[in-house]
Write a new protein. Structure first.
Length: 164
């Protein structure tokens, strides 16, 4: 059975989106690196801070899993983030043997301040979109995010199986 091919104009639009995404990702990485530098941490530290901000408090093991780091490298990272006043350690209320990490109020304020300009620009861009277009953009972003995480998980699994 022949595979369905999209019409040429649809294919060109799809190709244009796929071709533009690496530049968007590169700009995002550059922005995050600059923000990390302004906050006095390295980009991987900033990624952990972001993961805690978005995903809530976590144990070191859970955070390492979220961001794909080894427990050893995460331990040093937590020390740096704590020294910078960006995270705090608290006893886990459900298991006193465990420690939860969470961003400090100062850390959250600083992150939000650095992203304020991008948020304003993004809202300005989205103001011209119809409700249906916004729904489509949101659906696309969430689907690509899920697909990207699935690919990260697949490649991590492949790397782990080679190491064994």
């Amino acid at each position: 059975m022949a595979k369905h091919r999209p019409p040429p104009d649809r294919r060109a639009a799809t190709d244009g989106i796929i071709d533009a995404m690496p530049d968007w990702v590169t700009a995002s990485v550059q922005l995050n690196s600059l923000i990390a530098d302004h906050m006095g941490v390295v980009p991987s530290d900033f990624a952990c801070l972001h993961a805690l901000n978005r995903g809530g408090p976590a144990t070191a093991a859970a955070l390492a899993d979220r961001v794909g780091l080894t427990p050893g490298s995460l331990s040093r990272m937590i020390d740096r983030l704590e020294s910078a006043g960006l995270v705090q350690r608290h006893p886990d209320p459900h298991d006193r043997r465990k420690t939860l990490l969470q961003p400090t109020a100062e850390g959250i304020v600083r992150i939000n301040d650095y992203y304020a300009g991008l948020n304003v620009r993004t809202r300005e861009v989205l103001a011209d979109f119809t409700d249906d277009q916004l729904d489509s953009v949101l659906r696309f972003v969430l689907a690509v995010q899920t697909g990207t995480q699935d690919e990260v998980d697949r490649l991590r699994s492949r790397t782990r199986s080679r190491a064994q």
